[in-house]
Design a binder for this molecule. Structure first.
Ligand code: SER
Length: 322
């Protein structure tokens, strides 16, 4: 029997995760079976792309119908730090897009949906170390509140309509492919960009702020492994805890100094310190391990090596071959 081809919609394709996930999806499902969408045109043209404002249900419905979409990856969101500058706008954007995705997926019989959550779903009353899958969720940011609501709406659509929605609580995601925008964990990306240019780094968190992080390769592999797992294995329909590694800015600085001994970080904590302090320090992801075999591959030294190797050529002056 011929296998039915999937048709994959990525919302927020120009963002930090979308940029890195697209090539993998295009390899797995075929160039003409992955439709990238975003509010803005991508910087480089690499395949099927449509401008899409996912806060508009009709526009989303139109794309889903035209391409007979079978899977949606909804990666558009206002992150933790940026959300605090305009909480009502951030809430509306994050929730309208999620509700549109869930409702359009239900009405048009989309087979699988991925909507990520975050460590930002946790707040003051969750244990800070080895934060368990089931913990009290009282987030301190509007981003976190929207992620808790998203988790509950996802579970509701699964229970009530049988929609196959899956989710991961991403730690801070570190990648070289593109810059994150507006997050509290962004320092751990910016620091590498400064280091490879021979600059010092000014860190907006204090030296000893321990946070859960993950290298992009691991985050993407977790996403694809979760989406590939048999439906019967998925016991969590809110969102799975996911761990990569945990480190402080001081530990990250030391790991970079192995490659650049003169590298210096200065600490000037700002409003993002309180956000970071409200989050877990380490994550217990044993349910993800049991249900679909999750195991991260990258620790701090290996990630640092990869980040420096990939970012160094970006900042090298163009050498004329004439
Ligand atoms: N990386 C995100 C942020 O810092 C957390 O999900 O907002």
């Amino acid at each position: 029997m011929a296998m039915k081809r999937e048709s994959i919609l990525v919302i927020g394709a120009n963002g930090q995760i979308g940029t890195a996930l697209l090539p993998l999806l295009r390899t797995q499902f075929g160039q003409s079976h992955v439709i990238a969408t975003d509010l803005r045109q991508p910087q480089s043209d690499q395949g099927l792309f449509e401008l899409l404002d996912a806060t508009k249900p009709d526009a989303l419905t139109d794309v889903v119908r035209r391409y007979r979409i079978t899977q949606i990856y909804h990666l558009a969101a206002v992150l933790s730090a940026k959300g605090e500058s305009d909480p009502i706008w951030a809430w509306n954007l994050n929730m309208q897009t999620v509700l549109n995705v869930l409702e359009v997926a239900r009405l048009h019989k989309v087979k699988k949906v991925f909507i990520p959550s975050s460590i930002a779903a946790f707040g003051e009353h969750a244990p800070k170390y080895d934060t368990p899958q089931m913990a009290f969720l009282d987030p301190a940011t509007v981003y976190g509140i929207s992620k808790v609501a998203t988790e509950n709406w996802s579970m509701y659509y699964h229970k009530r309509y049988g929609l196959d929605v899956r989710s991961l609580r991403y730690p801070g995601v570190i990648s070289y492919q593109s810059m994150p925008g507006g997050g509290t964990t962004d320092y751990a990306v910016s620091i590498y960009h400064e280091a490879v240019q021979g600059h010092n780094f000014e860190c907006f968190l204090s030296a000893d702020t321990l946070l859960p992080m993950i290298y992009m390769d691991d985050a993407l592999r977790a996403t694809l492994e979760l989406m590939d797992a048999p439906e019967a294995n998925i016991s969590v329909r809110t969102s799975y805890n996911l761990a990569g590694m945990s480190f402080t800015p001081a530990e990250l600085t030391k790991a970079i100094q192995v490659h650049f001994p003169d590298f210096v970080t200065e600490y000037k904590p700002d409003f993002r310190q309180a956000i970071a302090d409200s989050w877990p320090k380490t994550i217990d992801d044993s349910v993800a391990q049991q249900d679909w075999g999750w195991k991260p591959a990258f620790d701090l030294p290996r990630m640092t090596q990869e980040m420096i190797t990939n970012l160094t050529p970006v900042y090298q002056p163009l050498v004329s071959t004439l």
